[in-house]
Ligand binder design. Structure first.
Ligand SMILES: Cc1cc2nc3c(=O)[nH]c(=O)nc-3n(C[C@H](O)[C@H](O)[C@H](O)COP(=O)(O)OP(=O)(O)OC[C@H]3O[C@@H](n4cnc5c(N)ncnc54)[C@H](O)[C@@H]3O)c2cc1C
Length: 396
């Protein structure tokens, strides 16, 4: 039996950061990772350049049954703290858009930085180590029985992530463990994921795969102004990935095809300036031509601009500003960036991430019911929740 102060399950963003924080406090932290290496999602993130934080991160960009839960941790470990760490390791970075920070070179640098910090903090990491059983003894010790022997510690941090991308080591282990200790797990579903179309909707757009343009995607009260990308099976692109976290089958999804402009005003202007031009032609100047043409073949009545009367122009404007697209589902966990739902925050302390049911047990990162928007927010939650737990664990 190997004993230590803190056992961390999962060597992803949250697990490594938590072990580093605890290790820096002089605690003996051990990370148990079942995959053959740590930080696999960091490596594949941000197209290989890791969008490691967002300078504008605030509780407003997170979904959770309790919107207030993430506030404390996010306020105490901010993007500036992580940037300071990245700078200290000499990693060059740039802001892409909307506060999103990426490595200039490679995500590998972030994993190396975390591993160097682990080494400096005396963290021990066991990869290819599968957990067979977790027990909580009368003495308050947690015992992990693994394929690499038994481990015990007075504190156990669950940082095993969500269900997205099973091929990268994702598992439902954290949710099962939470249930084992009497915690509720809120229903999970894929988030930041492409939407699929079916039937006529798919047939009408399928051959436009690869076409991209800006839209405002809306569902309920959520709205995202960014690019849409038509795919073979449906729609993707940042606007769609963002709205997918708010959409569920049956929900009304609307796309503003002329975001940032008043469609009726534009139609009036085109009618006055180009009366003989057909709708598909004028729309082809503001939308990709092939998409404008398809729109006017199957969804909108196409004729010369001068032939539309005022009620018809109003109807066209309404269609262009709130184009209804019926999605049939999502691509699921296979391609989702995150898992929505998870360990219920009602039973966790928002300042330490400690279980209110079992002293010494902590849940951090994606396994918790806190999910960020696209754009570096999910890593910021991983760093911040990990830092909260790593700072609090075994503190008198
Ligand atoms: C393709 C892709 C790109 C992304 N890009 C970005 C981005 O650019 N910016 C951003 O902010 N977010 C991004 N995300 C989301 C981000 O990767 C996650 O939110 C973040 O990794 C969550 O950190 P975590 O430590 O909680 O979980 P993970 O990083 O998933 O780590 C969990 C770890 O636990 C291990 N594990 C699981 N089960 C067990 C078990 N039973 N025993 C031992 N170990 C186990 C896993 O192998 C894994 O190493 C992306 C996600 C994907 C899939």
């Amino acid at each position: 039996m190997q004993s230590c102060d803190v056992l961390v399950i999962g060597g992803g963003a949250a697990g490594l950061m938590c072990a580093i924080t605890a290790g820096q406090r002089g605690l003996r932290a051990v990370v148990i990772e079942h995959a053959n290496r740590v930080g696999k999602k960091i490596l594949m993130s941000g197209g290989g350049r890791c969008n490691f934080t967002n300078t504008g991160a605030s509780p407003a960009q997170y979904l959770s049954a309790n919107r207030h839960f993430c506030k404390s941790a996010l306020a105490r470990y901010t993007p500036a703290h992580f940037i300071e760490l990245v700078d200290r390791h000499g990693i060059a970075w740039h802001e892409k858009e909307l506060g999103q920070l990426f490595c200039d070179e490679s995500s590998k640098q972030i994993v190396k930085m975390l591993l160097d910090e682990c080494e400096a903090a005396g963290v021990r990491i066991h990869t290819q180590c599968s957990i067979e059983r977790v027990a909580h003894g009368d003495s308050g010790q947690f015992h992990l029985h693994t394929t690499r022997g038994a481990f015990s510690a007075p504190a156990l941090v669950v940082a095993s992530g969500g269900l997205s991308i099973p091929s990268m080591g994702a598992s439902g282990f954290g949710f099962e463990l939470a249930r084992q200790f009497g915690h509720s797990v809120l229903p999970t579903r894929a988030g930041l994921v492409p939407l699929t179309l079916s039937g006529k909707h798919q047939e009408r757009l399928e051959d436009l795969s690869g076409v991209a343009f800006p839209v405002e995607a809306r569902c309920g009260k959520a709205a995202f102004h960014n690019h849409l990308l038509i795919t073979h099976r449906g729609i993707s692109g940042p606007a769609i990935l963002q709205i997918s976290s708010y959409w569920q089958p049956g929900d009304d999804l609307r796309l503003d095809l002329l975001p940032g402009q008043d469609a009726l005003e534009s139609l009036h202007r085109w009618q006055a300036q180009r009366p003989a031009a057909e709708l598909k032609t004028v729309l082809g100047d503001v939308l990709p031509k092939r998409f404008a043409q398809r729109l006017c073949e199957v969804w909108l009545p196409n004729r010369p601009m001068k032939q539309y009367n005022e009620p018809q122009l109003r109807e066209l404007a309404a269609q262009l500003e709130a184009w209804p697209l019926v999605a049939s589902g999502t691509e699921g966990y296979r391609t989702a960036e995150v898992t929505l739902g998870g360990v219920d925050t009602d039973e966790l302390s928002s300042s330490t991430m400690q279980s209110r049911r079992v002293p010494g047990l902590y849940f951090i990162g994606e396994v918790v019911d806190v999910t960020g928007w696209l754009g570096g927010y999910n890593f910021q939650w991983a760093w911040a929740s990990a830092h909260a737990a790593g700072s609090a664990v075994l503190q008198e």
